[in-house]
Design a protein around this ligand. Sequence first.
Ligand SMILES: [Zn+2]
Length: 313
Amino acid sequence: MSAFDSFPLGSPAFVSHILDRAAHLRSDDEKLFALENHRDARAYVVYRDSLVVKQEAEGVRALLSIDEALKFGANPGTIFLGLRDGAAVFGMGISAAAVENLLTRNDVAVTELRGMAMQGAVPPNQLSAIAMAKSLVSWHQRHGFCATCGTRTAMSQGGWKRDCPNCKAEHFPRTDPVVIMLVTHGDKCLLGRQKQFPAGMWSCLAGFVEVAETIEDAVRREIFEESGIRCTDVSYYMTQPWPYPSSLMIGCSARALNEDIVVDRTELEDARWFSRPDALLMLKREHPDGLAGPHPFAIAHHLLGRWLQTASD
Ligand SMILES: [Zn+2]
């Protein structure tokens, strides 16, 4: 039995799901209208990187009734996220002025999503639906005009498309692929620090996949650009939706061909090799030097944890 077998891994945030997307309903305006007006309909109200939640004795409630959402000042345009036990769940945006009014109330909070997810303030199985709401609300706010001819576009397909009435172009929400990878060399793994990380925190390297690039090439390119390490044997592990604003983190591992790190200081504050025992203490937040690994909320934690679980000691 390995010393790392007892390390619990779980799942990263935004992965488990409570909704049936019921995509076939997006083009059925009549049905969507009926679902939205049903008393069981619910909504997540998103403001920038935050969520409007109801404060109740048992804790925060993220799913609001449509009436509550509208009374709080949410914008009336709803985005159909899917069905939960037959009832519809929608995403709604809200203006800065309406949020300003809510801040005076004791029974409502406008809380940053990442913090809530890290603290477990909302049930983990709701985070994926909240991520959908956040990414889609943000996409509509940033894509009000046709990229082809500049005309104001209109929401359609329950919020999964915008149409241009002038040139007839159709616009769909985009997802940006990001590779995030754990590079290992024998019994060591490569971790980096970005300037904005909390003191002592290290994580896996990551970067956007470029146009016409394979995932494998993106892993090799990003690792070389940021750390000067050449690597091979790229393999895929798992993905994590990342709603900031709308990425898909593609978790991979790779094997380094050299150990001499040359850090690109414009991308990273530092990069370093860590031993397995150090990495385990960092993930458990028990490292004697105060070093820490990525939070269980993030896929990087799971890439590192899986490597530790497969230790050959
Ligand atoms: Zn147009």
